[in-house]
Design a protein around this ligand. Structure first.
Ligand code: FEO
Length: 394
C-alpha cells in the first residue's frame, strides 16, 4: 500500500512482521518497516529499496502509482542489505534505472551485488534535477555505515534521512507521527538508536550540526525505518540530539548475572542502598532482560555496575557478552563498579576488572568479590560502594 506525502512524493515501503531479530541480534516485538519513497516528476526516482524477501510487495506498492520499469533513478542512501537486498531483482525489472550513491557506496555495491545498472556517484551536496523537483544529496558518513547519505527534496523541504531518526516498529497502515502514540515510538526509537547507533553517537551529532549549518528548511523528516514526521519533525531531532549527547545521565545501572541467587542478592542489596541514598537505579538481570533494553538503559549511565558469578573461571557468559557490547559499541560511560561471587576460584570479577581497565574506564572502590554468601563485612562493602556511587552521581 502506498501513501502520498505531498504531491508527487509517496511512501512505498513495507512492513516486516516476520523477522524476529534485527541484524539477527535485536528483538523486534513490534516488527520493523523498510521505508522507501517514490518521487514522480519528469524523471522518476525511488529512494531506498527494501530487504530482499519484501521486494515483490515493494514493487507492487510502486505499481499502484507508476510502472517500475519506467524508474529513472534508484537513490541508494545506504548499502546495508535491509535496504538494498532488493537491488538484484529491481535491476531485472528496471534495467534502465541509474543507481545514485556516494563514492564509498560504489565498491560496496559491487562486492554485495554487482548489479548491471548504470551508476551515478554523487559528491556531498550535489544536486539532481528531476523536473520541478530537485534532490540534494547530503553525505552523512557512519549513519550508520561509512557510505551513508541523506536525500533532501529541495522544493518540498523533505529530508529522507536514512537510518537517522529511524525507529523499530512496523507502521501497520499508519505512516505519520500524528497517527501514532509517540510514547511507544519514543521507546522503540531509543532502543533502535542504542542498539544500532551507539558506536556512532558522535556522527549523529555531526550530522545534526551539518543539517543546522546548511540552514535548509525541514517540513518533513522521512527516515528509512519507522514513522514519517510531518506534524513535528523537530520532536525526533530533539530526541536524537538528547539520546546521542556526550553528556551522561544521572542514574546508576546495575547489570548482573546470577545462577543460584548469590549475585542477585548483592545486586538487590546495592540497589536498596542506592535508593536510600536518593540515586535513581536501573536494574537488569542478563538472563531475563533483552540485550537491547540493557544497552538502552546503560549506555549513558553516570555509573555502570556490573555483577557476575564466576563461570568456568570467567564472567558469567551473558555478562561477558554484555561487557563485549560495552567495548564494541564504545559506550560513553566512563565510571564502573564491579561485584561478583564465586564458589572456589573467582576469576569472573578479575577478568571484568582487566576488561574495563583495558577500556580505560575508572573502576570505583571497593571491588567486591564474595565467596558464596556475603559476610557481614562484605555487606558493609556494599554500603560503602553505594556511598561512593552516590557521591559520583550527585
Ligand atoms: Fe537500516 Fe543501517 O540499515
Amino acid at each position: 500500500m502506498h501513501r502520498e506525502i505531498t504531491k508527487g512524493v509517496y511512501y512505498v515501503g513495507v512492513d516486516d512482521h516476520h523477522t524476529e531479530l534485527f541484524e539477527n541480534l535485536w528483538s523486534l516485538p513490534f516488527g520493523v518497516s523498510y521505508n522507501s519513497y517514490l518521487i514522480v516528476d519528469e524523471k522518476i526516482a525511488v529512494v531506498e529499496g527494501v530487504k530482499g524477501p519484501w521486494t515483490e510487495e515493494w514493487l507492487n506498492n510502486i505499481r499502484e502509482i507508476v510502472d517500475p520499469s519506467k524508474i529513472d533513478y534508484i537513490i541508494v542512501n545506504h548499502m546495508e542489505p535491509d535496504h538494498t537486498s532488493s537491488l538484484p531483482e529491481f535491476a531485472k525489472i528496471a534495467p534502465n534505472a541509474t543507481m545514485v550513491y556516494t563514492p564509498k557506496a560504489s565498491p560496496m555495491q559491487k562486492s554485495f551485488y554487482d548489479v548491471p545498472l548504470k551508476e551515478m556517484i554523487v559528491e556531498d551536496l550535489e544536486e539532481l534535477k528531476l523536473g520541478s523537483k530537485t534532490l540534494k544529496f547530503v553525505h552523512a558518513p557512519f549513519l550508520h555505515w561509512p557510505e551513508t547519505m541523506m536525500t533532501y527534496i529541495v522544493e518540498d523541504e523533505i529530508l529522507l534521512s536514512c537510518d537517522a531518526f529511524g525507529s523499530f516498529g512496523a507502521l501497520n497502515g499508519k505512516h505519520f507521527d500524528d497517527e501514532f502514540d509517540l510514547r511507544l515510538v519514543e521507546k522503540e526509537s531509543r532502543r533502535y538508536v542504542s542498539a544500532i547507533i551507539t558506536s556512532y553517537f558522535k556522527f549523529v551529532q555531526r550530522a545534526l550540526a551539518k543539517v543546522t549549518e546548511l540552514g535548509i528548511g525541514i517540513k518533513v523528516i522521512a527516515p528509512s525505518h519507522g514513522p514519517i514526521y510531518r506534524n513535528n519533525p523537530m520532536w525526533i531531532v530533539g530526541k536524537y540530539n538528547e539520546w546521542t549527547s556526550p553528556e551522561l545521565e544521572k542514574y546508576c545501572t546495575i547489570v548482573y548475572g546470577t545462577m543460584y541467587g548469590y549475585s542477585h542478592r548483592l545486586a538487590i542489596k546495592l540497589k536498596k542502598e542506592l535508593l536510600e541514598l536518593g540515586v535513581e537505579v536501573k536494574l537488569h538481570n542478563v538472563s531475563y532482560s533483552d540485550m537491547s533494553a540493557i544497552i538502552t538503559d546503560s549506555v549513558r549511565a553516570s555509573v555502570l555496575v556490573v555483577g557476575t558469578p564466576t563461570y568456568d573461571a570467567y564472567p558469567y557468559p551473558k555478562v561477558w557478552s554484555f561487557v563485549n557490547e560495552v567495548q564494541g559499541k564504545r559506550f560513553p560511560v566512563d565510571t564502573v563498579a564491579l561485584f561478583g561471587t564465586f564458589g572456589w576460584g573467582g576469576g569472573g570479577v578479575k577478568k571484568l576488572q582487566k576488561m574495563f581497565t583495558d577500556m580505560k574506564k575508572e573502576i570505583l572502590e571497593p571491588i567486591i568479590r564474595v565467596k558464596a554468601r556475603a559476610s557481614e563485612e562484605e555487606s558493609q562493602q556494599i554500603k560503602e560502594l553505594a556511598k561512593t556511587i552516590a557521591g559520583r552521581i550527585k
